[in-house]
Design a protein around this ligand. Structure first.
Ligand SMILES: [Zn+2]
Length: 423
């Protein structure tokens, strides 16, 4: 190098030195929420799981093995997933209510921090303006759309994204929700299903009580009465969903999202007559509250099982922390859930293996030890005192920002009924 070249090079260095290195780019964030997704049916990582692809994903993820939905139906649960508030705190517990716009959603926090924010979801509850769209620059909702078509829509949008900005991408699959019509080749698959043998048989009157969405019939409209058939068809839905998710993970990796933080979560579960009910929304037993919750951190960080009970409303806290907007949420303490159905208010809490359900109108408390009695068959004589206090406090909690009334126009009511709810 000539002396002149050395001087030029030193000059360039001198010019470059004062510039600060750019702050690290916040991670891309992907949330995959799934309708009506029971943890005990998914059996992730267990022999015979109907979901081998999601089990493989879970092996590299933080697995919350005692995750509860904050409410046993879509609307309050999704509002909690998007805000981090419990159902009692946001108050969006009936179909004619919408989130108060003063509540800051996860998408709003991330949008303010420079994220591009996209939501693609299938459920007629998402199509009316209930505040779920707050903070999403792209918000697309369909009353019905199969998972394959949903993924093609997502891929088109991800391909067209602004790559200079981090991304929040949220997908919501409808697949395991009733009607139980699994994608081929799983429909009617004669694969025995876990728990099928122990399931009861309905009588005609019980069948007639089912909403049309839940009824299975054989050719000639012959009612299907063995509950094992319902379990088998639900599990077939999970097998179909598993293929979709496997395809999605490959597709997102190919599109440059291989280092994204990816959350997979159920919005609530489904009853198959374990406690005299079907569907969801009306009870707070484990079949409607216990859902899968997986968080795949970049590089497989923190992969492994977490047995501490958590609410899925912790998800916005995880993602705000991942984006550098907040400290990581602390786990532990009572986990709460609730539902309001036809004038009946039920509240539940879990602390360790202790669980209780409070009927807020009658004051009746039903307590269980989930460690000794996971099927909730043998109520305890005495509920845990600290847990009862927490659940009672929840029953008297009022939202800081009360929900707004959404006119319950006939189409909205018809949509709710089609989903199996009675608005
Ligand atoms: Zn749902």
């Amino acid at each position: 190098m000539t002396p002149a070249a050395v001087i030029t090079a030193l000059g360039l260095l001198a010019c470059a030195a004062p510039e600060r290195p750019a702050p690290p780019r916040p991670p891309d964030l992907v949330v995959v929420s799934v309708e009506t997704f029971r943890a005990d049916r998914a059996r992730l990582g267990q022999p015979g799981s109907p979901m081998p692809k999601l089990s493989a994903f879970a092996a590299n993820a933080q697995r919350f093995e005692a995750a509860w939905s904050p409410a046993p139906w879509t609307l309050p649960s999704m509002v909690s997933l998007m805000t981090g508030l419990s159902a009692a705190e946001h108050g969006v517990t009936r179909g004619e209510l919408s989130l108060n716009p003063k509540v800051e959603t996860l998408a709003e926090s991330l949008q303010s921090a420079g994220y591009e924010t996209m939501f693609f979801g299938v459920n007629s509850l998402f199509t009316a303006s209930r505040g779920l769209d707050q903070g999403f620059s792209t918000y697309r909702a369909w009353p019905s759309l199969n998972g394959n078509d949903l993924q093609r829509e997502v891929e088109r949008a991800v391909d067209a994204r602004d790559r200079t900005r981090p991304l929040l991408l949220w997908l919501h699959y409808f697949e395991p929700h009733c009607p139980y019509e699994a994608a081929q080749p799983f429909r009617g698959l004669e694969t025995p299903t876990w728990g099928e043998d122990a399931a009861p048989t309905l009588d005609q009157a019980q069948f007639d009580q089912l909403g049309r969405c839940f009824q299975l019939t054989d050719p000639g409209d012959v009612p299907v009465l063995p509950v094992g058939r319902y379990l088998r068809e639900y599990d077939a839905e999970l097998r179909g969903l598993d293929l979709l998710l496997g395809d999605l993970f490959v597709s997102l990796d190919r599109r440059g999202l291989q280092d994204a933080v990816v959350v997979v979560v159920g919005d609530h579960g489904e009853s198959f007559w374990e406690h005299g009910d079907f569907g969801h929304g009306r009870t707070l037993f484990e079949e409607v509250l216990h859902v899968p919750l997986l968080v795949r951190w970049p590089g497989g960080r923190d992969a492994g099982a977490v047995t501490t009970p958590v609410s899925t409303s912790v998800v916005p806290g995880f993602l705000r922390a991942a984006a550098g907007l907040a400290d990581a949420p602390t786990l532990g303490g009572p986990v709460l859930a609730g539902t309001d159905d036809e004038g009946r208010a039920l509240r539940a809490g879990r602390l360790g293996d202790q669980k209780l359900i409070l009927d807020a109108q009658t004051g009746v408390v039903t307590a269980f030890d989930l460690g000794a009695d996971p099927a909730e068959r043998a109520p305890l004589a005495t509920p845990d005192a600290a847990l009862l206090q927490a659940v009672r406090a929840q029953a008297t909690t009022s939202p800081t920002h009360p929900p707004l009334a959404l006119p319950l126009a006939p189409p909205v009511e018809a949509q709710l009924r089609a989903l199996g709810y009675k608005p």
